[in-house]
Design a protein around this ligand. Structure first.
Ligand code: ADP
Ligand code: PLP
Ligand code: ZN
Length: 297
C-alpha cells in the first residue's frame, strides 16, 4: 500500500459542528488523502442538541451519485469509510457500493465504524444490528466498534481486557483483519484494544493503550478516531499499534485543547456535550506527539 489514497467517505454532514464527514474529511486531507464525501444526511447540527432540521439521503439517491461517477469512469477508490447509517435500505445500498468498488479495485480497503449506540443504548433501528453482523462485518477490512458495539456484534459481554481480546478474535473470524475497540471502560479506566490478524486463521497480534479519561462528553470523537486510524494504518500497514498510538495522541491533544478553550470562555465543560476544536488542532493532526504508548500482549 502507498502512503496516500483516494477515500470515499459516506457519513453525516452537519452545517455547524463536527461529527461524521465534518470530523473525518479535514484530518484525512491534512494527512494527504484525496477525500470524496457523500453526505448521508445534511442536518443543521448534531442530534445531541435540543432540536435539529435537515435532509436524509435515501438508498436510491446514493445509487444516483454512484451511477454518475461510474458513467465517467470515476469509481476507482483505495478506501471506503462509513460511519453512522440510519436505515437498513441505506446500509444495503452501501453493501452494493462496496461490492462494485471491489470489482473495480480488488485491493479496496473498507473501514467500517459500526455505529449503533453507546453506554447500553441503541440509537439505530434494531434491525440494523443483524445486517451489520451478517453482511457488513464480513466485507470490512478494518472495524472500529466501541465497547457496546463490539458486544452487539459478538454477543459477548465485555467486562475485562480478556473479553475485549476475545471479541476481537471473534470479529476477525467473521471478516476484518484489523479490529480496534476504541474505548472500553473497566473500573473507571479507559482502554483501547487493537488486534491485527496478519494471517487468516492465525493468532492475532494484540495491544492495548491506556487513556486518561477526560471528565467531559464530546461528540464526533468516534468519527475522528476512525478517520485517523484509516489514515495512519494505511501509512503503517504492519503496525496497527503505531497507527493507534498516533490516532490516540491526536485525540488527547485535541480534547485537551477543546476543554481548555471552553473553560477559558467561562463554560462549564460538564454541562453538555462539547464541540471539538478540530481546525485549531491541525498541527496535532499532522504531527502528533506520541505520549501514550501501546502495550503488546
Ligand atoms: P464513540 O463516540 O464511537 O463511542 P469513543 O467514545 O470510543 O467513540 O471515542 C473515541 C476516542 O476518543 C477514544 O479512543 C478516546 O481516544 C477519545 N475519547 C473520547 N472521549 C474521551 C474522554 N472523555 N476522555 C478521553 N478520551 C476520550
Ligand atoms: N449527530 C449526528 C448527526 C451524527 O451523525 C453523529 C455521528 O456521526 C453524532 C451526532 C454523534 O457523534 P459521535 O458518536 O462520534 O460522538
Ligand atoms: Zn462511534
Amino acid at each position: 500500500p502507498s502512503d496516500t489514497g483516494r477515500v470515499l467517505s459516506i457519513q453525516s454532514h452537519t452545517v455547524q459542528g463536527y461529527v461524521g464527514n465534518k470530523s473525518a474529511v479535514f484530518p484525512l486531507q491534512l494527512l494527504g488523502y484525496d477525500v470524496d464525501p457523500i453526505n448521508s444526511v445534511q442536518f443543521s447540527n448534531h442530534t445531541g442538541y435540543p432540536t435539529f432540521k435537515g435532509q436524509v439521503l435515501n438508498g436510491q439517491q446514493l445509487c444516483d451519485l454512484i451511477e454518475g461517477l461510474e458513467a465517467n469512469d470515476l469509481l476507482f477508490y483505495t478506501h471506503v469509510l462509513t460511519g453512522y447509517i440510519g436505515s437498513v435500505s441505506f446500509l444495503d445500498t452501501i453493501l452494493e457500493v462496496i461490492n462494485k468498488l471491489r470489482s473495480i479495485n480488488p485491493n479496496l480497503t473498507y473501514v467500517c465504524d459500526p455505529v449503533m449506540g453507546d453506554e447500553g443504548k441503541l440509537y439505530v433501528p434494531e434491525e440494523l444490528v443483524h445486517v451489520y453482523r451478517e453482511k457488513v462485518v464480513p466485507l470490512a477490512s478494518m472495524l472500529t466498534p466501541n465497547q457496546f458495539e463490539a458486544e452487539k456484534l459478538t454477543g459477548l459481554r465485555i467486562t475485562s481486557e480478556e473479553d475485549g481480546r476475545e471479541a476481537c478474535a471473534i470479529l476477525h473470524a467473521a471478516g476484518p483483519s484489523k479490529v480496534v475497540i476504541t474505548s472500553i471502560t473497566i473500573g473507571g479506566i479507559l482502554l483501547l484494544i487493537g488486534s491485527h490478524q496478519k494471517v487468516k486463521g492465525q493468532k492475532p497480534e494484540q495491544f492495548k493503550i491506556l487513556i486518561h479519561k477526560i471528565p467531559a462528553y464530546f461528540t464526533g470523537t468516534g468519527d475522528l478516531m476512525t478517520a485517523l486510524l484509516l489514515g495512519w494504518s494505511n501509512k503503517y500497514p504492519d503496525n496497527l499499534d503505531k497507527a493507534a498510538e498516533l490516532a490516540v495522541s491526536t485525540l488527547q491533544a485535541l480534547l485537551r485543547r477543546t476543554l481548555d478553550d471552553y473553560k477559558r470562555a467561562g463554560y462549564d465543560p460538564t454541562s453538555s456535550s462539547l464541540e471539538i476544536r478540530l481546525i485549531q488542532s491541525h498541527d496535532e493532526i499532522r504531527n502528533p506527539n506520541v505520549e501514550l504508548k501501546a502495550e503488546k500482549y
